[in-house]
Ligand binder design. Structure first.
Ligand code: MG
Length: 258
């Protein structure tokens, strides 16, 4: 008898869902009532209008195609880069520029293009880090590399899509020079305790031209050209774009605070 009961239990446990549902039909509580118990009705997500080729309705537009009014020189003063035809371009040796606003966790969209001409004034082909370099510094410190990485050999942790000198990109989906490229970046800012100790590293996910190149990687500290990255406690901070001496262009930049 005991054996039979165990067998019955085993059969019930293995029964497909429709059978179990049917077995509930005789209970007093209807299925729809039981199902309600796992419905979550709040918070209701805010309605966001997702536009084609322009910023979503809740984004902060950082470049509207007309002026650099949202930007300033990284060392103060006006942003001196060149605005034309709905884009802006690094004016070499005028310095980095940064947003006037500060940001913490963000979703960032930015489009960039390197020049078609890949020879320098001396007629030699620009190579490696010298072929149209710029960069996006999250919170002024953590660089997502901008570089013409189309048939251009360099150290992989310094090519486009890298977290510079910290993470090699998962793929190289860069387009040819002269074509617009798109970054979509989801950044979680590092956290620090009241006594300025790191409690959680920054994290970043990066899509380059729609292809995942960084998958929620830990940022190791402020970008360093020489030596190891190190964290210094800070709060929300601007986005900074790099003047590496090359006329790299940008357009359609927007950010959503997360
Ligand atoms: Mg750079």
């Amino acid at each position: 008898m005991k054996k039979l009961n165990l067998l019955a239990l085993a059969l019930i446990a293995a029964a497909p869902l429709p059978l179990l549902a049917a077995s509930n039909s005789s209970s007093k509580v209807p299925d729809w009532k039981l199902a309600e118990a796992s419905e979550v009705w709040s918070p209701v997500p805010a309605v966001v209008t997702a536009n084609k080729n322009t910023a979503p309705s809740d984004a902060i537009v950082l470049f509207d195609g007309k002026s650099l009014s949202q930007w300033q020189g990284a060392e103060g003063g006006d942003a001196k880069w060149t605005v034309q035809n709905g884009t802006f371009t690094v004016a070499p040796k005028t310095g980095d520029i940064k947003t006037k606003d500060s940001f913490c966790d963000v979703q960032l969209h930015l489009e960039w293009m390197t020049p078609t001409k890949i020879t320098g004034d001396d007629g030699k082909t620009l190579e490696g880090q010298g072929r149209h370099n710029s960069g996006i510094f999250l919170q002024e410190q953590y660089e997502i590399q901008v570089l013409d990485s189309y048939n251009n050999k360099t150290y992989p942790n310094g090519q486009a899509g890298s977290v510079y000198k910290q993470h090699i990109p998962l793929a190289n989906p860069t387009r040819a020079p002269g074509e617009w490229q798109e970054y979509d970046i989801i950044f979680t800012a590092p956290k620090f305790s009241d006594n300025k100790k790191l409690t959680a590293p920054g994290r970043v996910t990066v899509l380059l031209n729609g292809v995942l190149v960084q998958n929620n990687v830990d940022i190791q500290g402020a970008t360093a050209w020489i030596g190891k990255p190190v964290y210094t406690a800070h709060g929300c901070a601007p986005l900074r774009l790099q003047d590496h001496g090359n006329p790299v262009s940008f357009r359609n930049i927007w950010v959503r605070k997360l």
